[in-house]
Design a protein around this ligand. Structure first.
Ligand code: IPD
Ligand code: CA
Ligand code: CA
Ligand code: CA
Length: 268
C-alpha cells in the first residue's frame, strides 16, 4: 500500500471511529434493544448492529472495492484476505457495555493481502484512542507508546485472561491453568479483548491469552501490539489467521516461550 493511500485511510478510519464512539455515547443514554446470540450470556444490542452498519455504509460509499469482515454480519462473506479488508468489532465488550456502561471498545483493523496495516482501538467511555500503522509505531491519543520492557520475569507477570479458562473447558486442562495463575503475579479479566491488547501495548499488563477469539477481536490489537515489539500468535506459537476463530497469545517477546510452554502442558 502506498504511504499516501495508507495515511488517508488511517485518518479516515480514525475519524469514523471517533464519530461512531460519539454516536454510541449519545444512544446509550436512551433505551435500546438487547438480545442474546449463541447463549443467554452472549449479548448483542441494537447499538452494536447500528454501529457496524455505520461503518459498512461509510466504507462501501467511500471505498467500494474494500472488503469488510464484521461481527454482526453486515460485512462481506469473505473467504480470502486479498486486497484491502476492514475487520471490525463495533462494540468489543458488549457485556460491559450493557451492564457497566464502560470498559468497551470499537476495534478496527485494516489489512492488505492479509498483512495488518492499520489498527485502531477506541475505549469509548475513557475517550482513549489507541492507534498504529505498521512500522510507524503505536500511539495512545497523541502519545507515542514506548517499546515493551524486555525484562519481565514470568513469576512477576500480570496476564489478561478470561477466568472461563480456569473452569473445565475443551481447550486446556483447567488444573494447568489454575497452576498458571498461581505462578504468575496476577491475572486480570477486563472483558474486552481489544482493550486487553491496548493495555498490553501500553505496558500495563504483560500478556493476554485466550482460547477462542474471532478475527474482529484480534485484528486491530495485533497491529498495535506488534508496533511496541509484542508477539501475537496462537497459544501454540503459530501465526494467526484473520479468517477463522483461534486461540491467542499476545505478549512481551521475553515471556512468549514461558507462557506457551506452560500452557502446552495442559493443551487438549
Ligand atoms: C468478547 C470480548 C471478551 C472475550 C470474548 C469476546 P464481544 O467480544 O472481547 O473479552 O473474552 O471472547 O467474544 O462479543 O463483546 O464483542
Ligand atoms: Ca459479541
Ligand atoms: Ca469482540
Ligand atoms: Ca462485538
Amino acid at each position: 500500500m502506498k504511504k499516501i493511500q495508507r495515511d488517508q485511510l488511517y485518518d479516515q478510519a480514525k475519524a469514523w471511529v471517533l464519530e461512531a464512539g460519539k454516536n454510541i455515547r449519545e444512544k446509550m443514554t436512551g433505551t435500546f434493544e438487547i438480545a442474546s446470540k449463541s447463549n443467554p450470556n452472549d449479548l448483542v444490542t441494537e447499538i452494536d448492529k447500528n454501529t457496524e452498519e455505520f461503518f459498512v455504509q461509510r466504507i462501501k460509499e467511500t471505498f467500494p472495492n474494500h472488503g469488510i469482515i464484521g461481527e454482526e454480519g453486515y460485512g462481506d462473506k469473505l473467504t480470502s484476505l486479498d486486497g484491502i479488508v476492514w475487520i471490525i468489532d463495533p462494540i468489543d465488550g458488549t457485556m460491559n457495555f450493557v451492564h457497566q456502561k464502560r470498559n468497551f471498545a470499537i476495534s478496527v483493523g485494516i489489512y492488505k493481502d492479509g498483512v495488518g496495516e492499520i489498527g485502531i482501538i477506541y475505549d469509548v467511555m475513557a475517550n482513549n484512542l489507541y492507534h498504529a500503522k505498521r512500522s510507524e509505531g503505536a500511539y495512545k491519543n497523541a502519545r507515542k507508546l514506548a517499546p515493551l520492557k524486555m525484562n519481565p520475569i514470568f513469576s512477576e507477570a500480570i496476564i489478561g485472561m478470561n477466568h472461563f479458562w480456569l473452569c473445565e473447558n475443551r481447550h486446556v486442562d483447567e488444573k494447568v491453568m489454575q497452576q498458571f495463575v498461581r505462578t504468575i503475579r496476577g491475572a486480570r479479566t477486563y472483558g474486552s479483548a481489544a482493550l486487553e491488547f491496548a493495555f498490553l501495548a501500553e505496558g500495563i499488563i504483560d500478556g493476554y491469552i485466550s482460547m477462542k477469539l474471532s478475527p474482529w477481536d484480534i485484528a486491530a490489537g495485533k497491529v498495535i501490539a506488534e508496533e511496541v515489539g509484542g508477539l501475537v500468535t496462537t497459544i501454540d506459537g503459530e501465526e494467526l489467521t484473520m479468517l477463522d476463530k483461534s486461540t491467542v497469545l499476545a505478549c512481551n517477546r521475553q515471556l512468549h516461550h514461558d507462557i506457551a510452554s506452560f500452557i502446552k502442558k495442559g493443551r487438549k
